[in-house]
Write a protein that binds this ligand. Structure first.
Ligand code: AMP
Length: 172
């Protein structure tokens, strides 16, 4: 885990003043770090019968795809509005300034699915909470929530449902 941490780049004041951005692109470009991330994420879910991994646009597409591949599951994108071509369902959530929306294809998840929702970083948890509501509205058998990095100081877990298993590889 220390190896992955050593490959994450900390960028101060991005995208705005006072934010310490945990840049995972430097870990993704390192072959060993990428391999460890994929392996360690998938170990968390090996025996859970996962059938779909939902990745949140856009950094969640990277770890989410690797996780889906490793588990032999399918991959489903949760995207910004207007990007998905077929019938969609959508959820809005509060941001610091105004609201944001994410969409999924209405037929992406079925009641026999066991789902992991994945994003790279848990910050305030608003994005993941909205993704959870979307997936939940499609009534899968079970939902897990997963991150590579968790920013503990922002208490993002409190924005997520208490009865759902939330896992992350690295905590700050
Ligand atoms: P959240 O506040 O949990 O809804 O986070 C919104 C999105 O921004 C998530 O997809 C995170 O990946 C990303 N994000 C928020 N804060 C940071 C940060 N300090 N470093 C890296 N990514 C972040």
């Amino acid at each position: 885990m220390e190896y992955i941490k050593s490959k994450i780049r900390d960028v101060a004041d991005f995208p705005s003043k006072g934010i310490m951005f945990r840049d995972l692109t430097t870990a993704f470009k390192d072959p060993r770090a990428l391999h460890i991330i994929g392996w360690d994420l998938s170990q968390m879910y090996r025996d859970k019968g996962v059938t779909k991994v939902v990745g949140i646009e856009s950094r969640g597409f990277i770890g989410g795809s690797i996780l889906a591949f490793e588990l032999g599951a399918g991959f489903v994108p949760a995207r910004k509005p207007g990007k998905l071509p077929a019938d969609t369902v959508r959820e809005s959530y509060e941001k610091e300034y105004g609201t944001d929306t994410i969409e999924m294809h209405a037929d992406a998840i079925t009641p026999d699915d066991v789902v992991v929702i994945h994003d790279d970083v848990l910050a305030t948890g608003g994005t993941m909470a909205a993704a959870y509501r979307l997936v939940k509205s499609m009534n899968p058998k079970k939902i897990y929530i997963n991150f590579i990095v968790e920013l503990g100081a922002l208490n993002g877990r409190e924005a997520l449902p208490a009865d759902v298993e939330v896992s992350s590889l690295i905590k700050y």
